[in-house]
Design a protein around this ligand. Sequence first.
Ligand SMILES: [Zn+2]
Ligand SMILES: [Zn+2]
Length: 223
Amino acid sequence: SFFEPHDARYPPASCAPPSTSGSTFNMPRSALDLYTPRFVKGIGREKCGLCPICYEPKERGGEGRSEWLSMKFSAFNYHMQYVHGISPSSALPFSPPTAFRRAKRKVNHKNEKSTLLEGHCHRCGEWAAMEGVKCVEAKLKEIYWWKHTAQCHKGSNAAGESAAHLDDELGRKVIAAYSASHPESGSSGASTPKNTLNLAPRKSGGLKRMDVDDGESNASQIF
Ligand SMILES: [Zn+2]
Ligand SMILES: [Zn+2]
């Protein structure tokens, strides 16, 4: 994340880990998967997934709370993409712009900006607006970029990206434990996590895929 969001909705993290009671474990695509909920509960229309990022303590980049989101109505998908900027396809953060520029624009109303910050996209080569035209502060500044990346990137990450994961003792333990129980996942237990995922084979009988649509077709509805 290249902006620090300040959001009063989030209560301070408590010392005790948030509850996962009443839920069942859900296998991620790999130890480095930042998208897949590790816990799910409910069935059918009631099925919810636990955000794996909000659950982490603040010192590890999370919010220290249980955020349960509907998986049947794309709430989980929207949350991961538009609160955390995580790609459902790659299970990694959306790539940031490879360059910035400030472009002049025609002002149609006195409440509009005369220039807009734009970001260059590694995938389509276009410049996408990174702020709204109105002279108001966005709550979450990344949202403009993520609207572009959610439609465009489709799991593509810019060349040379790395260090999407916190490289701490707990992280290394989790990767080591995952690698030990998934020998086919190869070298994902390396001490320096690479920005690549060793996706499990998608054959029947393999890892259980999440029962959630990717929301790409109707992602614009929430804006
Ligand atoms: Zn979250
Ligand atoms: Zn693009």
